[in-house]
Design a protein around this ligand. Structure first.
Ligand code: SF4
Length: 385
């Protein structure tokens, strides 16, 4: 860790700064109606839950988790198709988070126990290396994730670095269309905290529609607790003044134009199409698929895969509601009873970016509210290094 970065972290974790921001939030929240702030990022939910940020916010300020977990929103139909491929003898490479996510009947993990060759990789580059090391075997990379991940895949395709024995099952989704979907919901958002890592790629421009068209502020934020608190403070400040704006609070990582080179590769390789989101349905212009000149890498074409209708949400599971912020995990009758990280019934209980999984770890014990508050206070006021 460089000295400069250590200094920045110290500043971000300064108890004095946190105390000031919490007091500002208290002051700004007085005399305003309920404010619903939606974030669309599993990492933000992790920070919020881990540090008990909801517990130190005034009662009229609600922080709501939206569709921000990439494995949670990957439709069962696409998982089913990849499982079918794996069971037919093609080796599947994917991220570890995806392994235990239930498809309609099986997860990739269960398919593996039935003899399918399913392997975990940490990046697309890893997948390329695996495929190169076994040239006589056919591999498919199950490409999930948002803009941040798609940007790491595209350059290898554009630059012709993908070996012939490797193809992709593309399930990448885009965040701004999901936010627009949330904006159209009746229970929707008053304002958004936009995900820092996606924003490093896409920049600020795609969020401009929210203040202009939907009259919703958007604050791009990082992942330290103070980043989230500052975003809340900024939103309350704007609300108090009757203003709506796009604010980049994460300027240490996000530029207005985003990562121009990454975007160039991404849109050279992928085109934007309508796409289904698990628990939500089809969101217009929200999915990436390979452009015709790169279709030779498309596993769907290579293996003639047909995507059939899948079972996204099991009866009783509230994943659909949790994903769009209409319910919290503890509203689900299965939460922490029959649905646990070891036995996930729905996709939100699998990944550390899934809201149910995060709540299982940090917010499960309602009786623990006092200790959560103590933990948050301790962190915010005493951790100065
Ligand atoms: S607790 Fe399990 S079953 Fe309930 S909403 Fe969450 S993932 Fe779905």
């Amino acid at each position: 860790m460089t000295d400069e970065y250590r200094q920045l972290l110290n500043l971000l974790r300064s108890s004095e700064a946190a105390g000031t921001v919490v007091r500002d939030i208290e002051r700004l929240s007085r005399g305003i109606d309920n404010v619903k702030i939606v974030h669309v990022c599993g990492t933000h939910e992790h920070t919020i839950s881990r540090f008990g940020i909801r517990l130190i916010l005034p009662k009229n300020v609600k922080l709501i988790a939206g569709p921000g977990c990439p494995v949670c929103i990957t439709p069962a139909s696409e998982i089913d198709a990849v499982i079918e491929l794996a069971l037919s003898g093609v080796a599947v490479l994917t991220f570890g988070d995806m392994l235990r996510v239930p498809g309609s009947e099986l997860s990739l993990f269960q398919a593996r126990s039935r003899g399918a060759d399913v392997r975990v990789v940490y990046s697309f580059l890893d997948a390329i290396k695996v495929a190169r090391s076994e040239p006589s075997r056919e591999f498919v990379f199950f490409a999930i994730g948002f803009e941040t991940t798609a940007a790491t895949v595209a350059p290898y395709i554009a630059l012709g670095k993908v070996p012939e024995n490797l193809s992709l099952f593309v399930s990448h989704r885009l965040i701004p269309p999901a936010m627009e979907f949330m904006s159209l919901l009746r229970h929707g958002a008053d304002a958004y905290i936009a995900p820092g890592h996606v924003s490093t790629i896409i920049g600020c421009k795609p969020y401009e529609v929210f203040p202009k068209v939907y009259r919703q502020s958007v604050v791009i934020a990082g992942f330290e607790p103070l980043d989230v608190l500052l975003a809340v403070k900024t939103i309350l400040d704007l609300t108090k003044r009757g203003d709506v704006k796009l604010v980049n609070e994460y300027s240490r990582a996000v530029r207005y134009e985003g990562n121009v080179l990454a975007l160039k590769y991404m849109y050279r390789v992928f085109e934007v199409v309508d796409g289904a989101w698990r628990g939500i349905g089809v969101i217009p212009q929200s999915k990436l698929c390979l452009r015709s000149e790169y279709r030779r890498y498309d596993a769907v074409e290579r293996y003639g895969i047909s995507i059939r209708r899948g079972i996204d949400v099991r009866p009783g599971c509230r994943c659909g509601d949790v994903i769009v912020g209409r319910a919290v995990p503890t509203d689900c009758p299965y939460f922490a009873k029959v649905c646990t990280p070891n036995n996930p019934l729905g996709p939100c209980m699998v990944s550390m970016e899934g809201t149910c999984r995060i709540w299982y770890q940090f917010e499960r014990t309602r009786g623990g509210e006092v200790s959560e508050r103590e933990r948050a206070t301790e962190y915010l006021y005493n951790s100065s290094s």
